[in-house]
Design a binder for this molecule. Structure first.
Ligand code: PMP
Length: 362
């Protein structure tokens, strides 16, 4: 595989090269069966074993307490934007608070509004100069059924390292772009979910961790495939699960364990992000305006001093084997996503290119 290319896409994102190589080796002949994983019955013993092992490895990596179910579901991140309120607002209490920190928490809020009395709580201040900073102590309604937040806003590059204080109200987190990048105390959350396509595997799959007491409160009109209780009762096989994605997620979990687990990933992710932010901060050609206490380790947006150079930057970086650096239109400029699979060498190659480009266009 060509390791001279580094893919900085925000998602679907780069997967570990070793994982892709293993998947390639096993593609048409899995475990000597003469068929692909993709062609195996999800009810067969080979697939069931693989699926159970993926869950076991994830439980080990994240130290998931026994009173949490691990669910493998369909529909990515946005599927959960709907599943969360459908599953939690089925009883008398239809109130939920949503901490707003950027585009994705806002999209979750918009979806939830279809299902209950949803209040937005400001979590991030966006300055006129394009800066982002955290609101110190957001307040929630004491009688909300849950509080939802997005610890890492993929587009703005804003990451929250401290948990919102909810006074015991179940906390629901969209961890799509930060799951597995650092250890998390799962017991602090009611529900933790992620679309797979950044740190887990292929898109379409969602991984959901849900505390047992939050099962069984779904609205009666919740579709079976989105119902946490139904999914848990059927070991995530109420219908045919996204089998290949689940398999690939399992390979990623094994890879993470072999790397030393989430403490090791965090150390590596801190080193990668600091390398890039330190360069940006020292440069007068590039800038990042996110407050230092909430800069994302996974998604690093940056601006060139003259936006007229953006097109040249993108074309030349692509030629240099540095792919998908275009920022989201909401913030403009560039964005380098540095998920678990991105090696430090990739970040060094990016910084070396940025240096060259800045010199040429000074
Ligand atoms: N939440 C976050 C934080 C995301 O970054 C994304 C996708 N980039 C989503 C949700 C939506 O995921 P999906 O496209 O799988 O629905």
């Amino acid at each position: 595989m060509d390791k001279s290319v580094y893919n900085f896409c925000a998602g679907p994102a780069m997967l570990p090269v070793d994982v892709m190589a293993q998947a390639q080796r096993e593609f048409v002949n899995f475990a000597g069966l003469g068929v692909s994983v993709m062609e195996l019955s999800h009810r067969g013993k080979e697939y069931m074993a693989l699926a159970a092992e993926a869950e076991k490895d994830l439980r080990e990596l994240m130290q998931v307490p026994d009173n949490y179910k691990v669910l493998f579901m369909h529909g990515g991140g946005r599927g959960q934007f709907a599943a969360v309120p459908m599953n939690l607002l089925g009883g008398a209490n239809q109130k939920a608070d949503y901490l707003l920190s950027g585009n994705w928490s806002k999209a979750a809020l918009t979806e939830a509004k279809k299902y209950g009395d949803i209040q937005a709580v400001e979590g991030v201040i966006r300055g006129d100069d394009g800066s982002f900073s955290l609101v110190a102590a957001p307040q929630f309604r004491a009688d909300a059924a849950y509080v939802h937040y997005c610890p890492n806003e993929t587009i703005e590059g804003v990451e929250m390292f401290d948990l919102p204080q909810t006074g015991g109200i179940p906390l629901v987190a969209d961890m799509s772009s930060t799951i597995l990048s650092r250890p998390m105390d799962v017991s602090q959350f009611g529900i933790l979910y992620a679309g797979a396509q950044k740190n887990i595997g292929p898109s379409g799959l969602s991984v959901v961790l849900v505390r047992d007491d939050l099962l069984g409160h779904a609205r009666p009109d919740t579709p079976g495939i989105f119902d946490y209780q139904v999914t848990a009762d059927n070991d995530s096989m109420f219908n045919t699960p996204p089998t290949y994605s689940w398999y690939l997620a399992g390979l990623v979990f094994k890879w993470l364990k072999a790397q030393g687990g989430l403490e090791a990933m965090e150390a590596r992710n801190v080193a990668k992000a600091s390398f890039l932010y330190d360069y940006i901060d020292a440069s007068d050609f590039y800038s990042n305006k996110v407050a230092k206490n909430c800069r994302s380790r996974m998604n690093v947006p940056f601006q060139l001093k003259d936006a007229a150079l953006d097109a040249a930057f993108l074309a030349e970086s692509k030629d240099a084997g540095l792919l998908a650096l275009k920022g989201h239109r909401i913030v403009g400029g560039m964005r380098a996503s540095l998920y678990n699979a991105m090696p430090l060498e990739g970040v060094k190659a990016l910084v070396a290119f940025m240096e060259r480009f800045a010199k040429q266009h000074a």
